[in-house]
Design a protein around this ligand. Structure first.
Ligand SMILES: Nc1ncnc2c1ncn2[C@@H]1O[C@H](COP(=O)(O)OP(=O)(O)OP(=O)(O)O)[C@@H](O)[C@H]1O
Ligand SMILES: [Mg+2]
Length: 388
């Protein structure tokens, strides 16, 4: 800063000159100050804008994180080397692993053989810059069970467009598949009903009319016959034809009646569907083997009774958020019902469970309950199955 020293003016002219110079200097400083202030204000505005931008970005990020966290779907991100990087609670619900258990592991732990191939194909498509279509497959849960999922994989790229990983979305489609199966079964049923209607119509319009016609002809003949023995025999034949017509009518009535027998598979799906109301979520259901063909009706009734009790126990005692039901039909019939609820604890009495054990023993099988506090309960009911 320039500091001017004030001297005694020698002349008036000199004094005026000094004053003018000082005024000019002062003006100059005012200018500098105004300039500085403007610069300061500009900087300030810049800072505020930057702050606002940062805040917006922070909010956007928080919103995104909330969407991922609260999503019902499994949202999993992985590096380009297929190492799992993030794992939301939807993924935990669907597949069992917690984020702490799975982050850092190779993604292939989630895939059974056929699913791994589909995943690799999808990654190849993405790597060659194509859009990958969603696909249905099965993933492996932490307890080893397979769950049906619809999978969408997309590329994660950095600012320069380079591939840095994959984001994978998995949606539980157990319920959708169950509905599709029920629909297919309903369609098949409708075809059977249409077939029965057609057969009933043919019987009525053609077979009965012909038998009836034959009866009329015989009645005409009987009037012409004089021999009593022949008369009797023709009369008996006419009575026989009447009886046949009556039987045909009964058969037609039976054909028109709706079929009552429903498959074990659809009865199990119906049971789990009903249990959903009490549980607040849909149990996962897996079938393995010729469940409908290999299980006789009376055994199917036992299976349904066991499942009914197991689901009722979970609804009333378990406080679970996931239930898995699997039915395997092979040389033995295995029903597995597991929940992730509070576990059995020190159950003071057993009645429903004791019945399940008795049913298994009566059929030459076994019944096991395994349970650890906090990790849920697993019922394993198995009986030998005679091959049809
Ligand atoms: N899935 C489960 N989760 C947690 N606790 C369970 C579960 N299943 C059974 N329990 C506990 O085990 C006890 C015995 O079950 P059990 O089915 O034998 O009897 P209940 O359900 O109490 O009575 P009932 O079956 O006669 O209605 C229950 O009272 C409950 O405390
Ligand atoms: Mg019970």
């Amino acid at each position: 800063m320039v500091v001017s020293t004030i001297r005694q003016p020698e002349t008036l002219a000199e004094a005026k000159d000094t004053v003018r110079r000082q005024e000019a200097e002062l003006q100059d400083r005012r200018w500098q100050i105004t300039e500085l202030r403007r610069e300061l204000e500009d900087t300030n505005r810049g800072l505020i804008a930057l702050y606002t931008e940062l805040e917006d970005a922070r909010h956007a990020e928080a919103r995104l994180a909330a969407i991922v966290t609260s999503s019902d779907d499994a949202i999993i991100s992985m590096t380009s080397q297929q190492v799992i990087q993030t794992w939301n609670s939807g993924a935990q619900r669907l597949l069992g692993h917690t984020a702490a258990q799975i982050v850092g592991k190779p993604a292939e732990v989630l895939f059974p053989e056929e699913s791994r191939e589909l995943f690799e194909d999808t990654l190849e498509q993405i790597q060659s810059g194509l859009h990958a279509e969603p696909y249905d497959t099965r993933w492996r849960r932490s307890d080893g069970a397979l769950v049906d999922v619809a999978v969408t994989v997309s590329a994660m790229r950095d600012g320069d467009g380079a591939l840095i990983g994959y984001s994978t979305l998995g949606r539980d489609i157990t319920h959708r598949l169950a509905v599709q199966a029920a629909l297919a079964a309903a369609r098949a049923d409708r075809e059977v009903v249409a077939d029965r209607e057609r057969i009933a119509r043919d019987l009525h319009d053609m077979v009965i009319q012909r038998v009836f016609g034959a009866g009329l002809t015989l009645q005409g003949v009987v009037a012409m016959v004089t021999q009593p023995k022949a008369k009797d025999r023709i009369g008996a034949a006419i009575a026989e034809l009447d009886l046949t017509i009556q039987e045909l009518r009964n058969a037609i009535f039976e054909l028109h009646r709706p079929q009552e027998a429903t498959s074990l598979r659809s009865q199990i799906l119906e049971l789990t569907g009903t249990a959903q109301r009490g549980l607040g979520f849909t149990p996962t259901v897996n079938f393995d083997g010729p469940v409908d063909a290999a299980v006789p009706d009376d055994t199917a009734d036992h299976v349904l009774a066991v499942l009914r009790e197991a689901l009722s126990n979970i609804t009333r005692h378990a406080n679970a958020s996931a239930v898995e039901v699997s039915l395997h039909a092979g040389t033995e019939l295995r029903l597995l019902v597991s929940d992730n609820g509070r576990g059995l604890g020190q159950a003071a009495h057993t009645s429903g469970l004791a019945n399940l054990r008795r049913r298994a023993h009566d059929l030459g099988g076994t019944f096991e309950v395994t349970s650890r506090p906090g990790t849920g309960t697993r019922l394993h009911w198995r009986i030998p199955l005679r091959r049809a």
